[in-house]
Design a protein around this ligand. Structure first.
Ligand code: HEM
Ligand code: HEM
Length: 221
């Protein structure tokens, strides 16, 4: 794949397995965000479009999706532990030029002139990865607690934690979706790294992940 991809001017940034894991995660998380916000805004008695379509109440849909996300997290820390360690190590990485990169980022998102960095992820992705991972862990912990107990002070506290983590994670995930869908001019073309066979154009990789691309090309030689 890597050789064919290079010949065609594209590069594979994520394996098929990672792309599937990402797709399952986002179908689950989008269902949780949709049903969670529906419940948090006082619509429990009124079925959402999703509840109408499936005939399953929103609370039940939410809890099913919650268990599915807990299952995906269990896969991430067991059978996929190595990939998860690499993901965390790459997200915790810091370079001297990070602050400069972050200052230039708003303009670069529009004009595509990103300063150089050497990571697998750019500094903005690294921050988002850590924030999303921590908040999803809190949501899973508090959600499992909510599903396991029935009222009382602990329930009220878990509900508070669950709700506040939702408020914090929602804008970060929306930001991720806007950036990763490639609608901003500087990020045009990035959606392909996770979708449609993962065939990212080399000039897009060079613009956004230059150090990663050089290492990837040297490894394939
Ligand atoms: C992306 C992850 C998640 C988000 C954004 C989310 C969001 C929400 C929100 C906003 C509420 C309503 C809280 C309120 O009314 O104050 C809720 C309730 C709930 N969530 Fe989650 N949640 C997530 C993951 C989970 C997980 C992993 C579980 C575990 C099974 C779970 C189980 C529950 C339960 C049991 C309730 C209470 C439902 C009820 O009212 O009886 N959630 N969630
Ligand atoms: C809502 C739940 C989602 C979660 C929890 C999630 C999580 C992640 C994480 C942790 C990464 C690793 C690197 C990064 O931060 O970019 C990633 C990459 C990516 N995601 Fe998502 N994602 C979600 C939804 C989406 C959606 C709806 C899209 C559609 C545009 C998308 C497109 C991408 C792309 C293209 C990448 C690869 C970026 C790269 O090459 O490094 N994601 N996602």
């Amino acid at each position: 794949m890597a050789r064919n991809a290079r010949q065609a001017g594209v590069v594979e940034r994520y394996s098929r397995r990672t792309r599937w894991f990402h797709a399952l995660t986002y179908v689950t998380v989008l269902t949780l965000l949709g049903t969670g916000w529906w419940l948090a805004t006082g619509h429990e008695g009124h079925p959402s479009v999703l509840a109408e379509a499936t005939g399953v109440p929103d609370v039940t849909l939410h809890t099913y999706a919650g268990w599915a996300l807990a299952g995906l997290a269990a896969v991430a820390v067991t059978v996929a532990a190595r990939a998860t360690r690499v993901f965390l190590a790459e997200s915790l990485r810091a370079e001297r030029g990070d602050a400069h990169w972050l200052r230039r980022w708003p303009a670069a998102a529009l004009n595509g002139r990103f300063p150089r960095h050497d990571g697998h992820f750019d500094p903005g992705q690294r921050i988002a990865n850590l924030v999303v991972t921590a908040l999803l862990a809190v949501l899973i912990g508090s959600g499992v607690g909510l599903a396991a107990i029935d009222g009382g002070t602990a329930f009220v506290w878990l509900q508070r934690v669950h709700r506040w983590s939702t408020y914090l994670v929602t804008p970060v995930l929306l930001g991720h979706i806007v950036i990763a869908s490639g609608v901003l001019p500087g990020y045009r073309g990035v959606a392909r790294s996770m979708h449609i066979g993962g065939r990212l154009r080399i000039e897009v990789a060079r613009r956004i992940w230059p150090g990663w691309l050089e290492r990837h090309e040297n490894r394939d030689r």
